[in-house]
Design a protein around this ligand. Structure first.
Ligand code: COA
Length: 184
């Protein structure tokens, strides 16, 4: 097992994106995402946030170990289009959790999510050196499930009625990927 240092995460670059450590300078894009009803629904995020809460959360990230948060930046124009996170580090079991959200509907479906996920999965396995990455995706989010499958995640199970959204029960699909799995 490699030494694990999460904070600050390194800048990761892909063909169209720069993933940079999420911090106070990303408050505007983060705020936009938290106002987006579709992102909130698809991530099952209940409740509303106030801007000072966001500012204080972003300011605290640099001192929070055991997770790595990146802002997703579109290289072509520098816009902040979302965030991607490795969290829930479990040293005993060499595992991490994963989450991602683009902050506007207009950003969905252009391959950005897949591109960012591939980069972060590569970082988790090749640099941090974990054995496993886990995530959950709600059953009403086939686009996210497909993006994860393209990166090498496999469906491992289902949590029935894990989310109550507008009075409806929604299952969560459990997905996971091991360092030894094909990356696609
Ligand atoms: C989930 C998310 C990160 C995916 O990123 P993205 O850039 O939109 O997705 P991509 O364009 O990389 O890939 C989407 C894939 O799903 C497919 N897809 C889209 N809608 C689909 C549907 N209804 N059913 C099945 N597949 C679908 C696309 O065709 C594409 O696959 P392909 O390349 O094989 O054609 C992004 O949509 C997002 O942030 N959504 C809002 C928040 C969210 O859902 N976060 C994840 C919570 S688990």
């Amino acid at each position: 097992m490699l030494m694990v240092h999460f904070t600050p995460p390194p800048v990761l670059t892909t063909a169209r994106l720069r993933l940079e450590p999420l911090g106070p300078e990303h408050v505007e894009g983060t705020w936009i995402g938290l106002q987006n009803p579709e992102s909130m629904r698809l991530t099952g995020t209940h409740g509303q946030f106030r801007r000072p809460q966001i500012e204080s959360w972003l300011a605290g990230l640099a001192a929070t170990d055991g997770r790595a948060d990146w802002a997703i930046i579109l290289t072509s124009d520098g816009s902040h289009i979302g965030e991607v996170v490795l969290n829930d580090y479990d040293a005993d079991n060499s595992s991490l959790g994963f989450r991602i959200a683009l902050n506007a509907d207009s950003r969905f479906g252009h391959g950005y999510g897949t591109e960012a996920t591939r980069a972060v999965v590569g970082h988790a396995f090749d640099v941090i050196g974990v054995h496993r990455i886990s995530l959950e995706v709600y059953a009403f989010n086939p686009r996210a499930q497909r993006a994860y499958e393209k990166c090498g995640f496999r469906v491992e199970g289902r949590l029935r009625d894990a989310l109550r959204w507008n009075g409806e029960w929604i299952d969560a699909v459990v997905m996971g990927m091991l360092a030894t799995d094909p990356r696609s």
